[in-house]
Design a protein around this ligand. Structure first.
Ligand code: SF4
Length: 134
């Protein structure tokens, strides 16, 4: 967990960490990864943030730090990234950091249902970013 909270208001979500974002700095996260790699020889990190890319610059700093300092590490976001909170640069950074798995929290293929659930996700953008990720 590199951050807690999500500012969105999807009606089905427990938002157990609250709506206010409390994020660790990139340096703090990278120091923990260094500790885990050095002392426990881990080879993979599974990120479980509610909304890892809500702060794009922080996410890029973490991903680039992993790429530059831990080239043998694998990472995954099976917990789900918002499909409208990624772009080509973020996806490339994930790949370069050893990313091999991204789960997008899409929830429904119906724009009407997404609106009813207050997911505020544009399915055209989802299609575009899934294609980019692939
Ligand atoms: S974007 Fe994800 S974490 Fe945030 S409220 Fe919606 S489902 Fe929950």
């Amino acid at each position: 967990m590199t951050s807690r909270g999500c500012p969105q208001t999807c009606t089905f979500c427990c938002r157990s960490m609250g709506q206010r974002i409390r994020a660790r700095s990139a340096d703090n996260v990278l120091a923990e990864i260094e500790h885990l790699v050095r002392d426990y020889r881990i080879d993979e990190i599974y990120f479980e943030d509610d909304n890892f890319t809500v702060d794009r610059e922080r996410a890029l700093a973490i991903l680039r730090g992993i790429r530059d300092n831990f080239p043998a590490l694998f990472i995954k976001f099976a917990n789900g990234l918002r499909a409208d909170r990624v772009d080509g640069e973020i996806l490339s950074a994930i790949r370069e950091a050893g990313g091999y798995w991204i789960g997008f929290g899409v929830e429904s293929g119906s724009q009407r249902v997404l609106t009813l659930m207050k997911k505020r996700l544009d399915l055209d953008k989802v299609r575009k970013n899934v294609s980019r990720a692939k």
